[in-house]
Design a protein. Structure first.
Length: 402
């Protein structure tokens, strides 16, 4: 029975062929998207009620969710043994993610207890996995123990943070929270200095790509709601809004998968791994905010069903900021990690200029909302074409050298 329930946890082969995400990892992501969706929904309600300061709450709350997911992802890439003990501790982390999702409204209302409890549950389970890796794989024992003790130390800090700041002003709480998140970010950097964990580059790139698709699902939901609400007013309007929103989300997906992250991480360079892993915080947060912006677009058509309608300018401005942050972050990571940034400045101009033009079309109120969405969608489309051209030039240069 013991042999059936446990396998020895050892570092995986970084050159393992055909390494792919496991069903457990896919299930894990599914649970996490509930928390991400709850966070994006809370931001939607905050912006709809013109509580713009809650944008900072959104950014602060999104960070521990992303951090817990990221830690598990890199650990499983290096040490996943897929036995009963590993699956059960993964389930505990899923439970913690659900606690965070349930506590999301509390975060935005100033009560962080349930969400913090969920984060601590996930992190203690993560520390247990690191202690097991230290015990069963001696070559990585020092690195694993550094991870484990660093995680437990930071959980102690979070408990103290909650008790000492629970009656303080929200600004003080957010600033101190972001400061201590900096301590969380230091744990992998310090631990990996001893011996790099054997994460698999193609597996890591796939895991991040899969979560990107899941987060883009928030945008698809927003487009679906916009179509349903607009249908109450006019079928043509619903078709135009739905098409423009779909083009935007599809172009954002296409742009992400134009970047060859797996090849860039192939040499197992820690610096590039850190830039790739940490930079995705803004990618995931901005894509979830795209879903929020599309939900605000959908609000503009609720008057037909007895609602109060929405503000088209607010919707497009939210989308403009989210799309610009996404594209700027992706272009920056590409330039730093892939080392293929010939058109990086042109991409930055497109990332800023086209969302700004979309905002101007909304501010003038002279053009329909779907036109603003199409102008917004043009930004990732332009950058996709730039990357296509760059790839063609590189292919021709390689052919000439051959």
């Amino acid at each position: 029975m013991k042999q059936l329930c446990a396998r020895r946890m050892q570092g995986r082969d970084v050159h393992e062929q055909h390494r792919a995400a496991t069903p457990l990892e896919l299930f894990y992501d599914l649970v996490f998207v509930i928390a991400i969706g709850a966070c994006a929904s809370s931001l939607h309600h905050a912006l709809a009620e013109h509580h713009y300061s809650d944008i900072w709450v959104y950014l602060a709350v999104f960070m521990p969710m992303w951090w817990a997911w990221m830690n598990y992802t890199w650990f499983s890439s290096a040490f996943d043994c897929d036995d009963t003990a590993f699956r059960l501790l993964s389930m505990v982390q899923m439970f913690g993610a659900l606690l965070m999702a349930a506590g999301m409204k509390g975060f935005f209302n100033g009560d962080a207890l349930l969400g913090l409890l969920g984060f601590i549950v996930m992190r203690i389970a993560m520390a247990s996995l690191w202690f097991r890796a230290a015990k069963e794989d001696p070559p990585y024992a020092t690195t694993a123990r550094r991870y484990a003790y660093g995680i437990l130390f930071m959980q102690t800090i979070w408990v103290l943070w909650y008790w000492f700041t629970k009656d303080m002003d929200i600004v003080v709480r957010l600033v101190s929270m972001l400061f201590f998140m900096g301590g969380e970010l230091l744990v992998p950097i310090l631990a990996e200095r001893i011996k790099h964990t054997p994460w698999h580059p193609h597996h890591i790139a796939e895991r991040y790509g899969l979560l990107t698709i899941i987060v883009l699902g928030e945008g698809i939901i927003g487009v679906g709601n916009a179509i349903m609400n607009a249908r109450e007013l006019d079928v043509v309007q619903a078709l135009l809004i739905g098409f423009a929103g779909t083009v935007l989300v599809f172009a954002l997906w296409w742009l992400y998968f134009k970047v060859p992250f797996a090849q860039a991480l192939h040499d197992h360079n820690l610096r590039r791994g850190i830039l790739f892993g940490y930079g995705h915080y803004l990618i995931f947060a901005s894509l979830a905010a795209v879903g929020t912006g599309l939900e605000l677009v959908a609000d503009n058509f609720t008057v037909a069903s007895g609602g109060h309608g929405g503000d088209p300018v607010l919707a497009i401005m939210t989308l403009a900021v989210a799309v610009a942050v996404y594209m700027l972050t992706l272009s920056s990571i590409r330039a730093a990690v892939v080392k293929a940034g010939k058109y990086k400045f042109t991409a930055i101009i497109a990332a800023v200029l086209l969302p700004t033009l979309a905002s101007i079309t909304a501010l003038t109120h002279l053009l329909p909302l779907w036109v603003s969405l199409l102008v917004m969608a043009a930004a990732p489309v332009v950058v996709i074409r730039l990357y296509d051209h760059e790839e063609a030039v590189q292919a021709n240069e390689a052919a000439n050298l051959a």
